[in-house]
Design a binder for this molecule. Structure first.
Ligand code: SAH
Ligand code: SF4
Length: 360
């Protein structure tokens, strides 16, 4: 049974905070400019960043090495948290926790906290909804409502840590939205989260998942980003992939996998190929053999993800079908794993809880 916990915290009153700047939306230069505009010395910016990202404080009072008068001024002009907790579901089977966060304009997003041996992994969202319209995806159904700001992306990490009282060791950008569609805000957020002066996560422990925006993958390469990349392939023919994922009409499989190869070479990392198994759509033995061919020669691993809901014409394949697909790939030259999803007793696939709440 699910344990559903209503969070009693009231919605943050956006009106009270009108005109204030969210500190976590700013980069180092931005915080420095704010500090200077409030007639303080630039080095205070570094102190503020330490309080925000290393000590994860929720109030200006906690910033004890700042003069009191400066803290008061900051309180008038700036705010610390961009999100407030709205709801939580906790899995009774594996401890997975799903948080629903309220943004200051009242919209909501989801983050999922997962525990796996010594790893504590948070799955974060980058947009409210998504424009990419993949036919099987609950978030796609919402359409794109808006991009998240850098502060809203960062705060999912900071608030989840505060609520759960844990240290997050790994980040997967696989929640609501297409991360590379919100490229600039995501890159600003990830810079803070991986900077030694910021949240100090290793870049190797950050996975960005994309449905295949090839131009943005090329931009990641050009900018020398070193995050791990996951690609949602989900089909082995262009006909099927275009049906499931309209983005394939713009960038077909061959172009996507060429970009994946370039990324793996440039970043010297191994790509993850994600493949959601949809009953009767993309889960035949021929699909398994074609998938094996597509990934041969690519520095990657394959994650088979049994679809975890029933929705429109889509269903999860029966277990023996899933295992048959897996066995068909036994000679695959790259590692293949089945991701039996975490938190199956809660609505842990991103977009599911929110669409349920909204009754869509
Ligand atoms: N937009 C990005 C990241 C978010 S979706 C992307 O598409 O990669 C993260 C992953 O969840 C994708 O691989 C997507 O194919 C998969 N997914 C979406 N809905 C799912 C569901 N109901 N069950 C299992 N996987 C799902
Ligand atoms: Fe967007 Fe990813 Fe869902 Fe496709 S699978 S609609 S890209 S969130």
């Amino acid at each position: 049974m699910d344990e559903k916990i209503k969070n009693p915290a009231p919605a943050r009153a956006a009106v009270e905070e009108a005109g204030k700047v969210a500190l976590k939306d700013l980069d180092v230069q931005g915080i420095t400019a704010l500090v200077v505009s409030l007639a303080e010395k630039p080095f205070r910016a570094r102190q503020i960043a330490e309080w925000l990202f290393q000590h994860n404080v929720s109030s200006f009072e906690q910033m004890t090495n700042l003069p009191k008068a400066f803290r008061d001024k900051l309180r008038q002009h700036a705010l610390i948290d961009t999100l407030s907790p709205a709801y939580e579901q906790r899995s009774q089977t594996d401890g997975t926790r799903k948080f629903l966060f309220r943004l200051r304009d009242g919209l909501k997003i989801e983050s999922v906290l997962m525990f796996d041996e010594e790893r504590v992994t948070l799955c974060i969202s980058t947009q409210v909804g998504c424009a990419l319209d993949c036919r099987f995806c609950a978030t796609g159904l919402m359409g794109l409502q808006r991009h998240l700001t850098p502060g809203e992306i960062i705060d999912q990490v900071l608030l989840s840590e505060r609520i759960a009282g844990v240290r997050i060791t790994n980040l997967v950008v696989m929640g609501m939205g297409e991360p590379l569609h919100n490229y600039d805000n995501l890159m600003q957020a990830l810079s803070v989260l991986t900077s030694p002066q910021g949240f100090a996560l290793s870049k190797k422990r950050v996975v960005v998942s994309t449905s295949g925006l090839v131009a943005k993958i090329e931009r990641l390469i050009a900018e020398g980003r070193k995050y791990r990349l996951a690609i949602s392939l989900n089909a082995t023919t262009d006909a099927m992939r275009s049906k499931l994922m309209p983005v394939n009409q713009r960038w077909p499989i061959s172009e996507l996998l060429a970009a994946a190869r370039n990324y793996a070479d440039a970043s010297k990392t191994r790509i993850t190929i994600e493949y959601v198994l949809l009953d009767g759509m993309n889960d035949t033995p021929e699909d398994a053999r074609r998938l094996m061919k597509l990934v041969t020669g690519l520095r990657c691993k394959v994650n088979l993800i049994p679809y975890n809901t029933t929705y429109r014409e889509f269903a999860r394949p029966a277990e023996e079908r899933i295992l048959r697909f897996y066995r068909e790939m036994k000679n695959c030259p790259v590692p293949v794993t089945i991701r039996w999803s975490k938190g199956r007793d809660i609505d842990a696939a991103c977009g599911q809880l929110i669409t349920k709440e909204q009754g869509t």
